[in-house]
Design a protein around this ligand. Structure first.
Ligand code: ZN
Length: 349
């Protein structure tokens, strides 16, 4: 089948790949429709590695995917041929200690698409466990469904934060993850969500959403602004979604006494943090790694219209333009949030 292959750092090709995948009794075969380009895909493309994961052999990129079921295993009851679906890219060992404990995202043996040496899915089809394949609600397009993967990160973060009705939140960073975290925070009951960034174009998109307040950190001191808008109290929840070292070090400046900080972004280097300023507020600190048990919730929120991801899908490339899509996404316009590749030929969105 045709696939977008990262041959080695900096070298991509759209070419035929020999992949033999049998549909097991609990599996489905999905014809891919849309696959997003993620920051991690770009990082493998430009740097060849992320932490301990090093691209040593040609690897197909892409893990944010939606498509149509074309074959079902003998024991699959929840899906049928023709179903529109999106897939969780991580397959844990269901009998692992982490999985049995409900934290399958932390299973050390998880097999995750487009994380070396595991192939991703910017390709024509893939075989996947039905348990990690979810039907798309009516009215939700393949593009939005392919964005359920990043949305799941945002939802997992707001679940960890245990947002209370009316909370004021701050999201540091208006990239894809920052945006979807802000939307998830609004959907679960935050009265106001500040989103900070240095890029005006991204802040403009954020500000287009109800209850989202953009803050341009090149023009004002963001923590000061949040404090003055909250009578000096601060935000109930702070989400660090930029991965920027300075931003990560500043999270407690935004928090109210008794507030919660969720660390989502992954700084490239260790970040010094002012522990005493956290203690002085008895800040609760949470971290997340990917997500678990949130795909059905994410799809339900999309289906109900409580979250609209369409404004975040800023570029769509055809499958035969995949290499160009990556070249673009590696150096995107400031207005760009999510770049996607439409693998399927069909015009249906
Ligand atoms: Zn992703």
């Amino acid at each position: 089948m045709k696939a977008l292959v990262l041959e080695k750092r900096g070298v991509l090709s759209l070419r035929d790949v020999e992949i033999e995948e049998k549909v097991g009794p609990a599996d489905v075969r999905v014809a891919l429709h849309t696959v997003g380009v993620c920051g991690s895909d770009i990082h493998y493309y430009t740097h060849g590695s992320i932490g301990p994961f090093v691209v040593k052999a040609p690897m197909i990129l892409g893990h944010e995917a939606s498509g149509t079921v074309v074959e079902v295993g003998a024991e699959v009851r929840n899906l049928a041929v023709g179903d529109r679906v999106c897939m969780e890219p991580g397959i844990p060992d269901p009998m692992s200690r982490a999985s049995l404990g409900g934290m399958y995202n932390l299973d050390p043996s998880v097999v995750f698409w487009a994380t070396p040496p595991v192939h991703g899915v910017t390709r024509e089809s893939v075989v996947h466990p039905a348990a990690f394949t979810f039907r798309i609600p009516e009215g939700v397009g393949f593009g939005e469904a392919a964005m359920v993967e990043p949305l799941a990160v945002g939802l997992h973060a707001v679940k960890k934060a245990a947002v209370a009705p009316g909370d004021v939140a701050v999201v540091l960073g208006a990239g894809t993850i920052g945006m979807v975290t802000a939307l998830a925070a609004v959907a679960v009951g935050c009265s106001r969500v500040y989103v900070t960034d240095i890029l005006k174009a991204k802040l403009e998109i954020a500000g287009g959403y109800e209850s989202v307040v953009p803050i341009d950190v090149t023009a004002e001191e963001a923590a000061e602004r949040v404090r003055s808008d909250t009578d000096g109290w601060g935000a109930d929840v702070v989400f660090e979604a930029s991965g920027n070292e300075q931003a990560a070090a500043s999270v407690f400046d935004y928090s109210c006494p008794g507030g919660t900080v969720v660390l989502i972004g992954m700084p490239l280097r260790p970040v010094p943090m002012d522990i005493v300023s956290a203690q002085a507020k008895e800040a609760r600190i949470e971290t997340i790694f990917r997500y678990a048990n949130v795909y059905p919730r994410a799809l339900a929120l999309l289906g109900s219209g409580k979250i609209d991801l369409k404004p975040l899908i800023t570029e769509t490339f055809r499958f035969d333009e995949s290499v160009a899509a990556y070249e673009y996404a590696a150096q995107p316009k400031p207005t760009s949030v999510k770049t996607q590749i439409r693998v399927a030929e069909s015009a249906q969105s």
